[in-house]
Ligand binder design. Structure first.
Ligand SMILES: [Zn+2]
Length: 361
């Protein structure tokens, strides 16, 4: 071997170098093309890293095989030493490029192809609700309504059942634009109205109309009614966030993650159908009545004694007793599902909701 090596001429060295460059460049080129194709198809920086390691190891492996096969050839032996150096430089360079791309992909806010991990994305979804109300004070609404909002907050804060409801209310209270309707005709038979579409509802603005017949009502009756309409405002936000996740998920994270993230978001945000939304609003109204301190019921009862035929008080009383019955009937493991089903049945039995939710023509 020594005598062979000593005989290497200048030309031999050039051949060694060109062979080395050809092999090294070939491997780099193949790695580059495969990596570029992979990234174009899969859009995943994580897969990108895995692929780079795979290509690197394949290169090392082919190099080892090549070395073993040709170790008796002096020219190739010399070539392979250069190949090794070339391969190392190429790998370091390719590694640098790969990790720069990953770094840019995960930190840049400007690219539409920004990819987030499922944890990062879930965290981001949690922050979406904060975008719905950036106002720092109430709209110039009737002071009765301001008092009612404070009353709902104060009572909800004492009851575990209302924890999610309360945190949403704290976020959006300054964006509730509540007013009495000019006439009953505007109310189409309802006591309160919330609009699930723009321009009445959107960021920083949630319009709620209250029947003018409630002008004579006290704060508790107003709160009772608002507890229902505020539920709809919260549902509007949840649905809007869910729609957003549904449409942008694959541009924010990879498809596999979206496959479980979208149904998971649906569940976490409690997205419901039309009857389900009304059932939840009535359930909150009912729970508001049965869980607020005794004075609210006492007041209602006194109220109803004075206004025996007041339909608003009669309705509140009926809901109070209905909710009590449901709570008692649903004690046990399936408490939540049972309560929900009872309120769904309640809502489904009301012709106005059958019409509103498309159950009848
Ligand atoms: Zn409703």
């Amino acid at each position: 071997m020594d005598s062979d090596k000593n005989k290497l001429t200048f030309k031999d060295n050039i051949v060694s170098l060109l062979t080395a460059i050809a092999i090294g460049f070939g491997v780099c080129l193949v790695a580059g093309v495969i990596t570029a194709l992979y990234v174009a198809v899969m859009h995943t920086p994580t897969g990108f890293t895995g692929l780079y390691i795979f290509v690197f190891l394949t290169g090392v492996f082919s190099f080892a095989l090549f070395f073993k096969r040709d170790k008796h050839s002096a020219i190739l032996d010399r070539s392979l030493k250069v190949v090794l150096i070339f391969w190392l430089i190429c790998s370091i360079w390719a590694g640098y490029v790969v990790f720069t791309v990953i770094y840019n992909e995960t930190t840049s806010n400007t690219t539409a192809a920004k990819k987030l991990s499922s944890d990062q994305y879930l965290k981001q979804i949690g922050n979406y609700s904060k975008e719905y109300c950036t106002r720092t004070e109430f709209y110039p609404i009737d002071l009765n309504f301001v008092a009612s909002i404070y009353y709902i907050q104060q009572n909800a804060s004492k009851i575990q059942y209302f924890s999610g409801y309360l945190s949403d209310l704290n976020l959006i209270k300054n964006c509730l634009d509540i007013s009495y309707a000019n006439s009953e005709a505007e109310m189409s038979g309802a006591n309160g109205l919330f609009f699930f579409s723009s321009p009445e509802s959107g960021k920083n603005h949630f319009k709620i109309l209250i029947s003018p017949s409630y002008k004579k009502s006290d704060m508790i009756l107003n709160s009772y009614l608002l507890a229902h309409e505020i539920t709809h405002a919260e549902q509007f936000i949840h649905t809007d966030i869910y729609n957003r996740v549904n449409s942008e998920c694959t541009t924010m994270t990879d498809e596999a993650t979206c496959k479980w993230l979208i149904p998971k978001t649906h569940e976490l945000l409690g997205i419901k159908d039309c009857i389900g939304n009304e059932a939840e609003a009535w359930q909150n109204q009912g729970f508001f009545l049965v869980t607020t301190p005794g004075d609210s019921l006492g007041k209602l009862v006194v109220y109803s004694n004075y206004y025996k035929y007041d339909p608003q008080v009669a309705q509140a009383e009926n809901l109070f007793y209905f909710t009590g019955k449901v709570v008692n009937a649903c004690i046990g493991n399936d408490k939540e599902a049972c309560t929900r089903q009872n309120f769904r049945n309640f809502v489904s039995s009301i012709p106005a909701y059958q019409k509103q939710c498309g159950l009848t023509k």
